[in-house]
Design a protein around this ligand. Structure first.
Ligand SMILES: Cc1cc2nc3c(=O)[nH]c(=O)nc-3n(C[C@H](O)[C@H](O)[C@H](O)COP(=O)(O)O)c2cc1C
Length: 252
């Protein structure tokens, strides 16, 4: 019941998970002080007054379904729905703590054989940002003109996979680092949404220009640039294939 209250919070508040968690902790604390288990049982065994308190307790207790992963999954789906590729940003810096938490979400991403074949360069310097923006856009093709607006660019580099991931990839004909980097990009963009930030994964880029701008060795691949910043775009509905088109059970 109490978690249902978050449904009434405005979007910004809703996705400011730290604030929300603090609020929930406070509610939990009050509940536990007012209605500790032993207190309840004492009164339950002593008639009407106990029963009245039990009713209060039930009213204030999150129902069992809400205590399971169901609640987490519900809010995770909300987060997934609210993440979108933002292509316009406010002229407002991003707090360093937010960037740190996003990087932590990236660091904790899974990868084949735990190989973690990535490195991230955080670009905030205005001059370097312009150079990276230039490398990720094209006037001729009218591509990605918005990249210069984002106050933060996360440049995602591919590093060598570890031995087991490389051998596994050789046997299965898969290049696991590319899969790993796709996953880390999802962690980054979802973590950004959780921080109330907009993001856009930009795969189209002139790698050589980015290497030059950021002193990246020529043998390191620039896989993508993820833009971060306060979005200047409204939320839009997702355009996606239907479940019937993409899911089947037990056979193709
Ligand atoms: C690997 C990858 C590369 C992408 N490159 C670009 C890009 O260069 N420019 C751009 O505007 N969007 C880019 N996108 C964003 C996609 O266009 C976007 O995710 C897709 O249209 C779905 O929209 P949504 O993210 O708003 O849900 C890229 C996304 C991925 C995953």
């Amino acid at each position: 019941m109490l978690t249902g209250l978050t449904g009434f919070l405005p979007k910004k508040e809703k996705f400011n998970s730290k604030r929300r968690n603090r609020k929930m902790d406070r509610i939990d604390n009050i509940r536990n002080v007012l209605f500790p288990e032993s207190f309840i049982f004492y009164f339950v065994n002593r008639g009407a007054c106990g029963n009245l308190l039990l009713l209060f307790k039930l009213a204030f207790t999150r129902n069992p379904a809400e205590q399971t992963n169901q609640t987490d999954m519900q809010s995770f789906l909300d987060l997934v729905q609210h993440r979108q590729s933002d292509r316009a940003y406010q002229d407002k810096p991003v707090e360093a703590e937010k960037i740190e938490r996003i990087l932590e979400a990236a660091r904790l991403a899974p990868s084949a054989c735990n190989s973690q074949p990535w490195k991230f360069i955080v670009v905030t310097d205005p001059e370097k940002r312009l150079q990276v923006a230039d490398a990720t856009s094209s006037k001729l093709l009218s591509m990605n003109h918005f990249t210069k607006q984002a106050p933060v660019q996360l440049v995602v580099l591919e590093e060598n996979g570890n031995f087991t991931s490389s051998v596994g990839g050789w046997i299965t004909h898969k290049h696991y680092p590319h899969i790993d980097i796709g996953i880390v990009a999802a962690h980054i963009s979802l973590a950004a949404a959780d921080e109330g930030l907009g993001s856009c994964i930009v795969g189209w880029c002139d790698e050589k220009k980015v290497q030059k701008a950021l002193d990246i060795p020529k043998n390191k691949r620039v896989m993508m640039v993820i833009l971060l910043g306060y979005s200047a775009q409204p939320f839009r509905e997702k355009k996606r294939k239907t479940k019937e088109e993409i899911v089947s059970y037990n056979q193709y």
